[in-house]
Design a protein around this ligand. Sequence first.
Ligand code: SF4
Length: 511
Amino acid sequence: MSQTAEKILDHTLLFGEPEYKEMFARKAPGEGMPPKERVQQVDDWTRTWEYRERNFAREALTVNPAKACQPLGAVFAAAGFERTLSFVHGSQGCVAYYRSHLSRHFKEPCSAVSSSMTEDAAVFGGLNNMVDGLGNAHRLYAPKMIAVSTTCMAEVIGDDLQSFIQTAKSKGTIPNDLDVPFAHTPAFVGSHVVGYDNMMKGILSHLWTDKQRVEDDRLNIIPGFDGFAVANNRELQRMMDLMGVSCTIVSDVADQFDTPANGEYQMYSGGTTLDAAKAALNAKATLSMQEYCTTKTLEYAASLGHAVGSSHYPMGVGATDDLLMKVSELTGKAIPSKLEVERGRLVDAMADSQGWLHGKTYGIFGDPDFVFGMARFILETGGEPRHCLSTNANKGWEEKMGALFASSPFGNKCKAWAGKDLWHMRSLLATEPVDLIVGSSYGKYLERDLNVPLVRLAFPIFDRHHHHRFPTWGYQGGLRVLVAILDKILEKLDSDALSDRGGGRSYDLTR
Ligand code: SF4
């Protein structure tokens, strides 16, 4: 055997050992695969314009959507509040999926509990599961707040969260004064972005309803669902501190998904304190870093008298400029010279590498705000974001993207695709190839299939570690994004130089 106690092989190498190769060869006839030539013929056809048209005419099937379901966003939003436990009313497997998705990305434990509904609850309703579950969760995990959301199952049978929570309180399984905000998060509509919005509004309306608002000069900043939140929230706070702006990051997951290894497991860490979240009602303004993550929340804040504003993922020069100028306009604080210097350094770096960046073409996929922000930055570098795809975007987003393309001399061959999936993206990349793909780890199969390098800059990133510890927002974040893109461009250049086509003559030391 290749595998012994002295020589443990990861399966990546293990399955290449002779006995495994021989086993796979023996199994192959039983798998009923058509001949290799036929597979190749079909594969070639799926890369044609004819197939692309059929693929885009597809209506009843989604293949590899670049989105997750609503409760994932709700769990993420709740994780950003002090000692807050997510309680997802529905099936246990769904909640295991949210926890594992977040843990695999952040490489940190993620806590969330489930009411573990099974067949009987699906028929008779989940009231008992909720009443007992809330009591158990409160006794075992001592949260300060329990944020309740729902899976498909609870929504299909129409369980009424408000009355169930009230019943739990009146039966005494949880204290009457425990904060238990809730959000209905039907997973069969919308996406994690909508779930984030629903839970954010649910938590804020729970904390703010019937309270007297006395306006102060603070600013609320809502980051939105962001795989880089650990570093981006800290970067936001740093920029606000430099400006002397008093702000509350509403739902700050930075510490929750970045606990130190000091010998003690921290189930809860950091987050927006409940006192700060309550006081956020009095802020003069609420700014969202991702408009599509916070549509209802911003409407709600505006209805209470907040000035509101939003960004579409503040990455790159123009988006950071807009953010800082908006903050300056709302607070009357000047943008300090330190931030101006950082801006200059980012512009300098972009200019230094212009020869390699100019004219590069990209396929981008991810959440609507991310794709907008990424495309905007790429246009600033002289690149062309040819295929911009967001499964969880709407037609309004497509129009906004169209206006963005029209605002740049590099945008005229670019197109945005709302509601499409990664199998559509494959057709786009096969028929109109680009230099780079930008998206999540799920893009690695496109990378392999189409031989186009992938830059991992969107949630989830499962197959690389710790990227989220470095910001992508602001001028400093822009530098990190720029380096990630340039590294891929230059690595591809080196490998092209060594290929048969390149002949090995231009494998240069200096680029
Ligand atoms: S889509 Fe529905 S069933 Fe699937 S994980 Fe989400 S809530 Fe659960």
